[in-house]
Design a protein around this ligand. Sequence first.
Ligand code: C2E
Ligand code: MG
Ligand code: MG
Length: 609
Amino acid sequence: MVIARQNISVLLVDDDTDMRRSIVSYLEDMNFTVYQASGGRQGIEIFETHHPDLVFTDLMMPGVDGLEVVREITQKSPETPVVVISGNGSVNYAIEAVRLGAWDYITKPILDFSIIDRITGQVLDRAHALKAERAYQESLKNAVLSQDRQLTKISSLDPLTKLPLKKRIREKFSQYILNNAFTGDLFVMLLELDNFKSVNEKFGHECGDQMVIDLAERMRALVKPDCTIGRIGSDQFVVMVANSGDVLKHVSTVRGLFDEPFVVMGQEVYARFTMGIAFFPQDGEGIDSLLHCADIARTSARNMGINQHCFYSHELWEQVQGRIALESGLRKGLERNEFMIYYQPKMDAHCRRMVGMEALIRWKPSGDDRLVSPAAFIPVLETIGLISEVGAWVLKTACKQFVDWRKRGMAPVRLSVNISAIQFHSGNLTEVVKDVLDSTGMEPEMLCLELTESIVVKDIDETITTLNALAELGIKFSIDDFGIGYSSLSYLKDMPINELKIDRSFVMNLPGDAASVAIVESVLGMSQGMKITVVAEGVETEEQADFLTSRGCNELQGYLFSKPLSAEDFFRWCHGKEYCGGHRKQNITCNWDVGKAIKHDRESQSIIA
Ligand code: C2E
Ligand code: MG
Ligand code: MG
């Protein structure tokens, strides 16, 4: 390697004036810029001022000696070569200097000055290589650092929308809080796309992704120094606003993002959302607790309907705690057999004979005298995944009871059992029903499964297959709560439906309310043509019963005849008078061969209390 020597400076430290002169003149002849010092201290000072490229130093010097010069210079500047010039007999001293960091040594007397030339060339080459290596390492380190920074940035951004992820939101939250300009106002809005799953299912994941990207694009317009947005779940977004007390303005801006439809595969789709809002610091002092509170509020907003928002409150928190307690109580209830079945009779509208009964589940938590209504716990059983287990238990227990009553003389009436949507679509309902029929000896044609409209309109093909498989066994089907859902009979024509139950909300306003009258009459009219039995549920008055009967309703169910009763009370109701409530009770026929019941009881030696 050729180095332009005039650009190279050399420091020579030697207390021997003659020797110093000779070496200096030799170095100058070689075109180096030379600094000289007559002692160690001066040498170190010149080094600090001029930063020469190479240092020659004598070892034996009074005061600060050569070893000290080596130590100081190599410590300050490890890439500057220091070569020691050692006197006769002091090789060990020179070796010690090398151990301290000297690059090489020359021994005196210097008989051939060309050694200086050679050593200079060698150490300068090494210094150059070392510097190049250092620069390379440095650039490598910088590249890794910037890569790292890039990666950190990427890993805190959502790959699909490039919106900040939770990690970044957390950092931003800390920045707001620690900023001197922070007024103390901060709130988070947690948004969830309600129909994201259905868009994915209907149009495919790419379209779902596109909708999310488009929404993120709309949301970017909100970004300001005091407003941060992010995506924290596949269908969940966050808007965090600091230094603004005007939450309603922000809520309305965010709602506005959903005013225009999204175009998915050429079709316009309106995104639906629910939003929960939580405030710092009263709802949560950290971003995680704020998001948790916003999520509780969001769940409550979902119960309010579509495109709703809700603010977090302590009452909501209590509701959640109540729900957690209910969940755990239900699990324990299942282990401790705390569930039981009540039965409510269904009457023929004209002759008022009992033509069937509906099995209705009840829960009696231990240590509690109250019976919990299924309306309160069926949805919870559905969300915690226990509904199929409990539903199968209801089916089996009710069928067993029914078979027992049949043996005791009950006429061939119908047993209706409610089936939840999750249970129906669980994929093994047919097997469960077959098992129950086999194990209980239940007559299939007397079993009627009550389904809601929402069950049968979901996955229509799958529904028809299940219904047909069960219908082949002889099972009957009823559409429960008819009128509050889709209220269309068109989807029923391909399904083996035998019965419709008019929802109680229409029956209760009969015959005074014109709208209820119109709905009831239209349901009765439609079903007559389709040979479907119509049952009115929630019949409480004679007036309602008479009106329904006069319009052609086939069966009636309600408190007018009996409330749902425990198995024992139901049996008594069928045979006695004391549970028959209402002035028409004498006219009610329970379709029961009482003599047979007594005979059966005698035979089986079981006394009914
Ligand atoms: P549903 O199947 O429509 O049952 C009728 C509900 O109306 C019952 O409430 C019954 O007690 C009540 N009812 C009957 N007649 C009258 C009346 O004249 N006036 C009034 N005010 N109410 C009357 P319940 O037993 O609380 O059941 C509520 C709902 O819970 C049921 O509605 C059904 O959807 C569900 N459910 C009950 N048992 C089961 C079950 O074993 N499995 C499933 N999946 N759901 C069940
Ligand atoms: Mg029902
Ligand atoms: Mg109903």
